[in-house]
Write a protein that binds this ligand. Sequence first.
Ligand code: JFZ
Length: 434
Amino acid sequence: MKKTLLPIFFTISTLFSPLYAQYSYQPTEENLKARQEFQDNKFGIFIHWGIYSMMGDGEWILHNKNLNHKEYETLASAFYPSKFNAAEWVSYVKAAGAKYICITSRHHDGFSLFHSKYSPYNAVDATPFGRDILKELADECHKQGIKLHFYYSHLDWGRDDYTPLGRTGRGTGRTTQGEWKTYYEFMNNQLIELLTNYGSIGAIWFDGVWDQDASPNFDWGLEEQYKLIHSLQPSCLVANNHHVVPFPGEDIQIFERDLPGENKAGLSGQEVSRLPLETCETMNRTWGYRMHDTAYKSTKTLIHYLVKAAGKNANLLLNVGPRPNGEFPDKAVEQLKEMGEWLNEYGETIYGTRAELGPPRDWGVCTHKSNKLYVHILQLNDKGLFIPLTEKKVKKVVYFIGKQHVKYRQDENGIWITLNQLPTEIDCVLELDI
Ligand code: JFZ
């Protein structure tokens, strides 16, 4: 009898113990407000930049080529991005119609793009450039009204106190083993720097937890780390690219290279939570600068991805990998500009909207804002369109551009629309008054 009751007792006592209480997370008012603003913003630019850009072969080269990490680190002493100009970067981002930047403050190679007291392997102390790139970018973002997010890698391919070694970075020549404790303190100290010296930070975007997926009980100390972030900046959103459902303390849910609920790239099978959502994607194929990666998606594809993300209630975080000299690649600049031109016209149907979910439609998505419903027709070879919308009474249907009236009929099943002509635009938007 006693034996069978014991596990039940432990389960119940754990549920009510202080240990469990520690895991429950109540976001503050300002945090909830920041989540709304984040969702309203819809479009951000991811920037992957570091000393790896000099090799022109992506941000994973240290791992991919099994380079010796000490040899790799010497790249820093040649890093002199003579064309780096934070004002120019921010102006490209603004021209794209994006509202925030998320930049790699420290990627898996361990190089810090900012001045850190806790590692000399940083943009100021290890390079002849000697400038704090994140400081210049932060000042410019704040000046030009762009929110700044910091990507921060949980895993490190060079430090011996990132232990045990994970699934990646096993061939970088580490022969000694340090203590996890010093690595954890190092990360937290850097996070304090990032959240103290660069003004208001919109989000910390963690990445790397998947490196230890062979040991599912690996304790990253996330709760404490998240609390530290929220205590320093309550409105800073915590995000983690761990590819599973969000943990307590996280404020947004991230998807990599897929729309929420889809898993074409194989990194995003997780369930979709009720948190604000974001999906990140590359313009070409690689995050960090890769000289031979010229396979850029078309601007139309990128716009469709942004629209579809909005139709799934998610933001798009679209990546640029600057050249080693600090410039954005020409093709990226061109496409950002084209996206911005499109958003200049259609932004009203994207920014500040929420998805009108409901059954998936093969022709496109719907977004809504106050009494307007926007029907985004991305692909349709027909003039007839049916939307199973029953709760809302439609008062008028027009083309968003030009405002010509469109014939429709609403019955108990939904709305039957007859377009004036076959859609040919990138996104044929109808505006419904409801
Ligand atoms: C991660 C990073 O590794 C990558 O460099 C980039 O920063 C991207 C945004 O996020 O992408 C991953 C994450 C996990 C795996 C591969 C790439 N994985 O599990 O093999």
